[in-house]
Write a protein that binds this ligand. Structure first.
Ligand code: GRF
Length: 215
């Protein structure tokens, strides 16, 4: 049977759409069965409708009720992975405990740089970083501090328009997120719960295919 993925998104949903497309192309061996969002106006919703993906809008106020409802959705869907793609909420330790090692997040910076912030790209430009990028990690109790799975980097010119820098980072996100999801579902990337770290079955994957420097 095909794996199921549930994506959580609050924003425009470009990562969500990319994951849906990569699943439809069978690059990711799964079906995106549901989009969960806390924002009734999220751009991701329109994209979900376009691809016939079920949408559940969960009111996140108060958080405990939002999480309770989201956990009910997850129990029903029973996905192999829960993929946060621009989901702007911090989940509680209790939520994590139900899905430990199965929740992924993507952050638009090279963690631990600019962790715990929602405007990592703006801050990177403000600090005039020359190497920017993105990080995919497992979600644990910390904010953006879970075990790192993959990072991709690109050289940037901090004087360039921020939209261009954002585009560069997004295009890296659109490469590494599907690669990580595929790697996990194919059993090539494993979460070692005892040591709270990531194990790569294929050393080449760790060194080349998902860690990339683009110039
Ligand atoms: C991405 O930059 C991701 O790293 C961050 O939120 C953004 C979501 O973008 N967590 P989109 O909604 O997928 O276009």
């Amino acid at each position: 049977m095909k794996h199921k993925i549930v994506v959580f998104a609050s924003g425009s949903g470009s990562n969500f759409e990319n994951i849906v497309l990569k699943s439809k192309e069978n690059y990711i061996p799964a079906e995106v069965s549901c989009l969960v969002t806390d924002k009734a106006g999220a751009g991701a919703i329109k994209r979900a409708i376009r691809y016939g993906v079920k949408v559940v809008v969960v009111n996140w106020k108060p958080r405990y009720l939002g999480e309770k409802n989201a956990l009910c959705v997850l129990e029903k869907e029973n996905p192999s992975l829960v993929v946060f793609a621009g989901f702007m909420k911090v989940v509680s330790p209790e939520f994590v405990s139900h899905w430990r090692g199965k929740i992924l997040n993507i952050h638009p910076a090279l963690l631990p740089a600019f962790e715990g912030t929602t405007n990592a790209i703006e801050l990177s430009v403000e600090k005039r970083v020359r190497i920017a990028g993105c990080t995919v990690h497992f979600v644990d109790e910390s904010v953006d501090g879970g075990p790192i799975i993959a990072q991709a980097a690109t050289l940037i010119d901090p004087d360039e328009e921020i939209e261009k820098i954002e585009q560069k980072i997004h295009s890296l996100e659109h490469k590494i997120y599907p690669a990580v999801i595929k790697g996990i579902l194919e059993g090539k990337i494993i979460f070692d719960q005892q040591n709270n770290r990531v194990i790569f079955k294929d050393n080449k994957m760790q060194l080349s295919s998902i860690f990339s420097i683009e110039i």
